[in-house]
Design a protein around this ligand. Structure first.
Ligand SMILES: N[C@@H](CCC(=O)N[C@@H](CS)C(=O)NCC(=O)O)C(=O)O
Length: 209
């Protein structure tokens, strides 16, 4: 049994989507980051960086923060959604690190400056929007002639998709990135993605591209 500590954000949704894809039982604990739940001593004992998502694996007592580490742990534990061949695994790590170090942090800054604080910091808005568009182009090129980011649907798609799902906040027109658009729409049709998107609660309709 896995305990998931999460909120309605892209990093949280990566893990709820994975748990839904695995079809395993899990218990959801809502950590309202707008209310400061992430700063309580109880949560810090599980997630010392005071951010969601985090999990506790009741089977062995493991506590884990960082969405990328959680996705790898679950994929390895259940033997799904991650390649086993060493070269393919290196490629999976490559694109997962790209998401964790680039796509997520940069798009997050775009949300902060462009969506929530327009007009307050024009330099930052331009910088992060330019970087956001560059990252969309990188993903679009990667998806040229490919159904998924790796050879098969994997934790890398699950890591990237929730960030792309906020294309409206990023003022991105998916039509400008046709391969991303097709990939996004296809993944949006998965029932596990639709279920995982609304964890820990429904805050609006899921964007479908
Ligand atoms: N690198 C971390 C980032 C996690 C993260 O930024 N979580 C945000 C929500 S998406 C959060 O908990 N923010 C609360 C805070 O910063 O106080 C991961 O991928 O798990």
């Amino acid at each position: 049994m896995i305990d998931l500590y999460t909120w309605t954000t892209p990093n949280g949704r990566k893990v709820s989507i994975m748990l839904e894809e695995l079809g395993i039982d899990y218990t959801v604990h809502a950590i309202n980051i707008g209310q400061g739940d992430q700063k309580t001593p109880e949560f810090l004992a599980i997630s010392p960086n005071n951010k969601i998502p985090a999990i506790v694996d009741q089977e062995n007592g493991l506590t884990l923060m960082e969405s990328g580490a959680i996705l790898i742990y679950l994929a390895e534990k259940y033997g799904k959604f991650i390649p086993t061949d060493p070269l393919k695994r290196a490629e999976a790590n490559e694109w997962l690190m790209w998401q964790m170090g680039g796509l997520g942090p940069m798009l997050g800054q775009t949300h902060h400056y462009v969506h929530f604080n327009p007009g307050n910091a024009p330099y930052a808005e331009e910088r992060f929007l330019t970087e956001t568009k560059r990252l969309y182009s990188v993903l679009d090129k990667r998806l040229e002639g490919r159904e998924y980011i790796l050879d098969e649907y994997s934790i890398v798609d699950m890591a990237c998709w929730p960030w792309i799902s906020r294309y409206e906040w990023q003022t991105i027109d998916l039509a400008d990135y046709p391969n991303v658009h097709r990939w996004f729409q296809q993944i949006a049709q998965r029932s596990a993605v639709q279920a995982g998107y609304h964890v820990p609660k429904k805050v609006g309709e899921m964007p479908t591209g």
